[in-house]
Design a protein around this ligand. Structure first.
Ligand code: PAF
Length: 282
């Protein structure tokens, strides 16, 4: 497995791969890899001739300097894990390699068609501008055949699909299911920052989401949302930032149930902000 840090080196590799006609499965990550990433990479390895993983903590998608600073980084551990699942190449650039000064100091603009004004976008202004900025750059550099994203970041996935369509990018986006601990807690790099006590509290988030499915037939989306928020907030140490039940395609909040609804939540567990979601297929 190769670890490449410069764009030029990557370009040489990609040109050789393209000449050989091999397919490339790509998993963009910010490192601090866990079994959720492992599932994405294993799928990329199984479905393509070659697999490439980027490890880059993208500064332009953080709207909180402390969150960026505290984001866990351990390239050695990430590389060991990626090698064990058969990844062929890691692209781990520095920020200077990826961005020039001007890009770092101005907001990347994109037509989100309203997908960015709800949920994460409402509470993390500019976050998705940074995500589209980096993912579009990485797609141009890596030129993958398929790219793999987890459904835990449900809104991100919807935005990536829109980006690929709007920019007419020649890549297939593969949606991959959320990977959970046996307790139900959705795997996240941020879980590393939870104390044992916070971890115990955080398990309540997915428990409540799963339980809410039992009431979906009796309650309107707004009533169910209130139930979820009250129930999560009643757990010591948890505070809901938002819970929205939305149309899974438009991400707009729904008043009456539609065929494919999704409930997306962000919860503060102490200082650690966790997200999760659940599908309601009525
Ligand atoms: O989901 C993530 O880890 C990041 O948002 C991504 C897609 C790697 C872009 O930095």
């Amino acid at each position: 497995m190769k670890i490449i840090r410069s764009k030029q080196e990557l370009q040489i590799e990609i040109e050789a791969i393209k000449r050989s006609g091999k397919t490339v499965g790509f998993v963009p990550t910010m490192g601090a890899l866990h079994d959720g990433h492992k599932a994405l990479v294993s799928r990329a390895v199984a479905e393509n001739d070659l697999s490439i993983v980027s490890v880059f903590v993208n500064p332009t998608q953080f709207n909180n300097a402390a969150d960026l600073e505290k984001y866990p980084r351990d390239l050695k551990a990430d590389a060991d894990m990626l090698e064990s699942v058969g990844c062929n190449l890691i692209f781990a650039p520095t920020s200077d390699e990826v961005y020039d000064k001007e890009e770092l100091n101005s907001r990347f603009e994109f037509d989100f068609g309203g997908l960015d004004t709800v949920m994460e976008g409402r509470f993390r202004p500019g976050h998705f501008n940074g995500v589209v900025q980096i993912v579009s750059k990485l797609f141009q550099l890596v030129q993958p055949t398929k790219a793999y994203f987890g459904e835990k970041d449900f809104q991100q996935l919807a935005i990536i699909h829109r980006m690929v369509k709007l920019l007419k990018m020649d890549v297939e986006i593969v949606d991959c299911p959320i990977v959970r601990e046996s307790s139900g807690l959705a795997l996240s790099s941020r879980n590393q920052r939870l104390t044992p006590e916070q971890h115990k509290n955080a398990i309540e988030i997915s428990k409540v989401l799963f339980e809410s499915r039992n009431f979906a037939a009796q309650l309107a989306p707004k009533e169910l949302s209130e139930w979820v928020v009250d129930k999560i907030n009643s757990t010591e140490g948890l505070e809901v930032e938002y819970f929205d039940i939305a149309d899974a395609h438009t991400l707009q909040t729904i008043d009456t149930w539609c065929n494919e609804a999704v409930g997306c939540v962000a919860v503060f567990c102490g200082e650690v902000r966790l997200i999760d979601n659940i599908r309601y297929n009525l």
